[in-house]
Structure formats: C-alpha cells, structure tokens
Design a protein around this ligand. Sequence first.
Ligand code: ZN
Length: 302
Amino acid sequence: MPELPEVETVRRTLNMLIAGKKISRVTVNLPRILQKPDDPDVFAAMLEGHTFQSVERRGKFLRLLLDGVTLVSHLRMEGRYGVYRADDPVEPHTHIIFHFTDGTELRYKDVRQFGTMHLFAPGQEWQSPPLNKLGLEPLSDKFTPDSFLKALGRRTTKIKPLLLNQEVIVGLGNIYVDEALHLAGVHPERTADSLTKAEKLRLYQAIVDTLQAAVDAGGSSVKSYVNGQGEMGMFQHQLRAYGRTGQPCATCGSPIEKSVVGGRGTHTCPSCQIGPRKTARSQRAKAAKGNAVKRRLDGTAQ
Ligand SMILES: [Zn+2]
C-alpha cells in the first residue's frame, strides 16, 4: 500500500500533469470505486465542465481541487493514476477516465479495486468521512514534539499499532513504521506509556527524518508511478529494517529479525530494539541498583 512518501510523489506528479486541465466528460467503468455520490451519472455530472486547480494531500488521501468541487481519492493497495492521449490504448483495470478538453485523459487504474473516490463542495471534505477524523500530519508545521507527546499520551497500546492508527498520526504504514522504530531504537511491542520522554522524542525525530528522506527519494514503491512511464521511487535502497530479514543491521550488524506484531509482519534489530520484557527487567535491575545505593548512603548517614 502506498504510504505518505509515495502518495506525496503521486501528488507532485499529478499536480504538474493536470493543473489547468478542464474535464469534458467522465467515464465510469467500475462504480464501486465511487463512494460519494455512488451514482456514476451524478458523479460525472458534478465534474463535467470543471477545471483541476491543484492537487493536495492529507495523510494517504489525495485532494484534487477543481473550481467548485473537490475530489478526495485514496489509492489503497494498487490504485494508480496516469495521463494519456485519448487515442492511447486503454489498459486493463482502468476504472475511471477523466476526459479533458485538450484531448488528453486522466485514467485511474486499480487491479485490486479497493481505491475510493468522494466528491465534496469545496471545504466540506473536512466535515465528514474520510477526512474528518484524521490525526497529526507529519511533515506539517503542526507536527511538533509537543503535539506528538500529547498524541501518545499515556496510552497502553503497543507503539507499532498506535503509529499505524490514522486517527493518531497519518501517512505511516508498515514500511515507515518499521523504519522509524528501528532508527529510534524502539521495539514495536513496547507500549506507548512505557517509553521514556527521551525515547518518544527520538521516535518523533525518526518519523520526520524517515518520511522526509523517503519523500526526497520519491518514495520506495514501484507503485508510486503515475505517468505510465514507470517512474519509481528510490528509497527502497535506503531501507534499514523493512524487508531486510537476515541482513545485517545498519547500526550494529546483528541480523534483522522478522516477527508479527498486531497482525503485521515486523522487522527489528534484536540488539538495537529491546523488547518490553527485557526493558522491564533492566528497569527493575536499575531500580534495585538504585535502592542498593540508597541503602548504602542511608547506612553511611547513620
Ligand atoms: Zn542493530
């Protein structure tokens, strides 16, 4: 599934390709992609005659702004956009076609058919699903150390599923959660409330650094191309943990291990990311040592 860096790459490319293009008509081959309105004729009528102004992003959602209407699109597993000439052959799994007045077309292809599209009057998209309950936007000005500490609060949830929860923080999926946790040296099964403030701040910085590096590299998925010419992201060459089972950790050289956390395949370094049991043990050991020192000091005081 494309995550923030891949969707951001799609956003930038789409913005270059379609801003200023006016829709003459819309072909809907697979109505199940349409969530609101779900009637293909109503959907098409709401878009025809309107011009794309810009393409924005909120989490993993694209917001395609037209004059007078906003299209909210989620690519889910395999959704892809491409701009073609009207006489280019239509590839299989092309479900929606936006025909432009200049003889080109924006085509939406989706092999798995899980993608979604919603139409709203401009600004109304923030009032209802799918955008109304989204959490912190990393790489935005509002994502500060304080806002991140507050979002984690005293939650007793394991940190990995918490970071995957789009109502807490948006844009992170399985790849970048594993990457950020590895970079921060935090084990995915630690509960949020067991992290020290220093660990939480390290994790905050790791999320920012990982996502920014991936955006700069154009994402890390071959699914990120949008122009039908196979433009790919390059971040897969910089991955630290994700998909590197058995390969040496970039920090310490220990082989990366794979496990399942919250139902998701998870990649960790057994040396750099210490699990909750060992952490509790070391905290107890530290406390015991502290008590021993205290007893000694108390003893000298008497
Ligand atoms: Zn390591």
